[in-house]
Design a protein around this ligand. Structure first.
Ligand code: BTN
Length: 257
């Protein structure tokens, strides 16, 4: 049996900026310059915040915009598991910093509260010329203080913040420190024990478990019932004909009513 890996420490160095285009871009610049694993970039606002699938991430002052440089000694194929791990860590952090808030994960990497999206995760990976994993930039955005009416019209029905849901939000710095501590624990657990505990925790926290969903994936709309996630992180979907299929990437919607 191989010995337990030495636990990784996240949050060193810790870079705080007032304004940045995107904390993911800044973290990537640091990673390319050879910064140690665990470097964190935290910003008060972003001018070009990035979301998944080329979307923008609404980034006014006061919310949480944080990116961590990770260098897991794993093949790139396992990298998608990290977004699910981050979702679990985020849900746990929100429960700790905002008692009473029961945030839930939505595949692949959203965090929802009160029927709207509270936070998102954007994991970006870079490989070496040989195809090995060079680093992952794990970017996390949490809406802390944006009031319900403060989101742009196209987000107003689907986005929320802790302030909008609970009438108050914890300070950004405290939230960021708590998140990095929780992330560090889940990250070390994932590296040491594999994906199973993340998978189990994710399923408990899933907002769509056992519910009918529609997944847009590779230009197709797949209907089915969410059946949890596979040992490698793929979504398990029971199709109307009873077949169980795996979905590796996509966008998930509810089928309400
Ligand atoms: C999504 O749900 O589409 C993912 C959103 C990720 C947003 C965060 S904010 C901090 C980091 N920097 C970015 O530009 N994006 C991520």
């Amino acid at each position: 049996m191989s010995p337990d890996p030495v636990p990784r420490v996240l949050g060193q160095p810790w870079v705080e900026l007032d304004v940045v285009e995107s904390t993911n871009l800044e973290a990537r610049r640091l990673a390319r310059e050879g910064c140690p694993e665990g470097a964190v970039v935290l910003a008060a606002r972003q001018t070009g915040g990035k979301g998944r699938l080329g979307r923008a991430w609404f980034s006014p002052p006061g919310n949480l915009y944080l990116s961590v440089v990770l260098r897991p000694p794993l093949p790139p194929a396992q990298a998608p598991q990290i977004s699910l791990m981050a979702g679990v860590a985020l849900a746990e952090t929100i429960a700790a910093v905002a008692p009473g808030a029961q945030a839930r994960v939505k595949w692949p990497n959203d965090l929802w509260l009160g029927g709207r999206k509270l936070a998102g995760v954007l994991a970006e990976l870079e490989t070496t010329a040989e195809g090995a994993l060079a680093f992952i930039i794990l970017g996390i955005g949490v809406n802390l203080v944006t009031p319900a009416g403060g989101f742009p019209a196209e987000l107003r029905e689907i986005a929320t913040s802790l302030q909008a849901e609970l009438g108050q939000a914890p300070p950004r710095g405290a939230c960021a420190r708590a998140l990095v501590r929780v992330l560090e624990r889940w990250y070390n657990m994932w590296l040491r024990d594999g994906f199973e505990r993340v998978r189990a925790a994710w399923e408990v926290c899933s907002i769509t478990r056992g519910l009918p969903v529609a997944v847009r994936s590779a230009g197709e709309l797949l209907l089915g019932v969410e059946q949890g996630i596979e040992p490698d992180g793929a979504l398990r979907l029971r199709r109307p004909d009873g077949a169980v299929v795996r979905v590796l990437a996509g966008d998930l919607e509810w089928r309400r009513g």
